[in-house]
Design a protein around this ligand. Structure first.
Ligand code: AMP
Length: 342
């Protein structure tokens, strides 16, 4: 577990409190740190989206969304992806990576609107998307599909579907019908392939978002199975926070001589924060160390990050049992509860 602590001297008698939060919850980071974005998006001064040969409908959507200058990851990835290259891109959440892979792949679809099957024919046929985006989590799949819906708002007849675990199959199959763009978590996608509700042999562009998290979550085999099923594709784009060895070897298995694009995140370390790394022998040791440390006299308030929602709840409970005033906070809670807890 990683944990972050910010020493603050608010009031000598303030009661200790701890908020346990999972990193997915980006809006909370923003609220906690005085509204400053967690990852700063550096905008290029030289380019505008009009410099990219993107289809008019996408240019229109960008205007509606108020996007003018591309972020660094967009500036580098969009032209290379438009040339049809396979790309391996290092980028963080908040860097604008979603538009970096959606815009060039949707561009190809925008140019081919005339060749799309009629709505009626599509509803009769097994769904066969031409763009497939794989995401490690439901939340990310939902966010990416929402972004895609925003980008195709001026394109005719393009249907976007999000496929993720936790949703009833019937409802999901209905939503999936006739979609040309599918955003999915790997496990549920393979379930639907096995139920013959979707086929991947017409995928032209495969995008793997947050590939490092995919591997952390054990999706390696699922990714390779999907890569084989979508073997007729022309292009693969992979986005990852790092170029660790395991990502490179995954890219080698799934991609064709990819061009590497490395993006500076642009966030500098806050010098007010002292960073310390503690090695522990296991979970019990880690918990004891954390409790001891949170009980320190100079700790008034702390934010502890855990890697999953379940860990967050469990840790909050255990710290409460150890006598600390603590609340848990994560994305599975209704917004009203999150606001109250904050
Ligand atoms: P992402 O890293 O894709 O999750 O994007 C982070 C946020 O930046 C999202 O809210 C996007 O809508 C927004 N965004 C992405 N690209 C741009 C851009 N070129 N100009 C303004 N906002 C952007």
């Amino acid at each position: 577990m990683r944990y972050t602590h910010r020493r603050s001297r608010i009031a000598a008698d303030s009661i200790f409190s701890a908020i346990i939060a999972v990193p997915l919850f980006a809006d909370v980071h923003q609220t906690l740190f005085n509204g400053a974005p967690y990852f700063r998006v550096k905008h290029s001064m030289s380019k505008t989206f009009a410099d990219f040969p993107l289809h008019e409908s996408l240019q229109q959507a960008l205007q509606t969304l108020g996007f003018t200058a591309p972020t660094p990851v967009q500036e580098q990835s969009i032209p290379a992806a438009l040339e049809g290259k396979d790309l391996l891109v290092s980028s963080q959440t908040g860097s604008g990576k979603t538009a970096a892979f959606l815009l060039p792949t949707l561009h190809a679809l925008a140019g081919n609107e005339d060749t799309l099957l009629s709505f009626k024919d599509r509803m009769r046929a097994v769904t066969a998307p031409s763009i497939l985006v794989l995401c490690p989590t439901r939340e990310l799949a939902q966010q990416v599909s929402q972004d895609a819906i925003g980008f195709v708002r001026h394109m005719k007849g393009v249907r976007i579907a999000a496929i993720m675990g936790g949703m009833p199959f019937g409802k999901q199959i209905q939503q999936l019908k006739g979609a040309q763009v599918v955003v999915a978590t790997p496990g549920r996608l393979l379930d639907l392939v096995n139920r013959r509700q979707i086929k991947l042999d017409q995928v032209k562009a495969l995008i793997v978002d947050e590939a490092d998290r995919m591997l952390d979550l054990g999706f390696s085999e699922d990714l390779e199975a999907i890569s084989d099923l979508a073997g007729n594709r022309d292009q693969t784009l992979m986005f990852s926070a790092t170029f660790a060895g395991r990502i490179i070897s995954l890219a080698e298995r799934m991609m064709n001589d990819p061009q590497r694009i490395s993006i500076e995140t642009g966030h500098s370390t806050n010098t007010d924060i002292t960073q310390t790394l503690h090695w522990t022998d296991g979970f019990e040791h880690k918990k004891k160390l954390l409790t001891h440390w949170l009980n320190g006299e100079d700790v008034d308030q702390a934010v502890v990050f855990a890697s999953t929602q379940e860990d967050t709840d469990m840790l909050a409970e255990e710290l409460a049992e150890a006598g600390l005033s603590v609340v848990a906070l994560h994305g599975a809670m209704p917004q009203t509860v999150r606001n109250r807890r904050l």
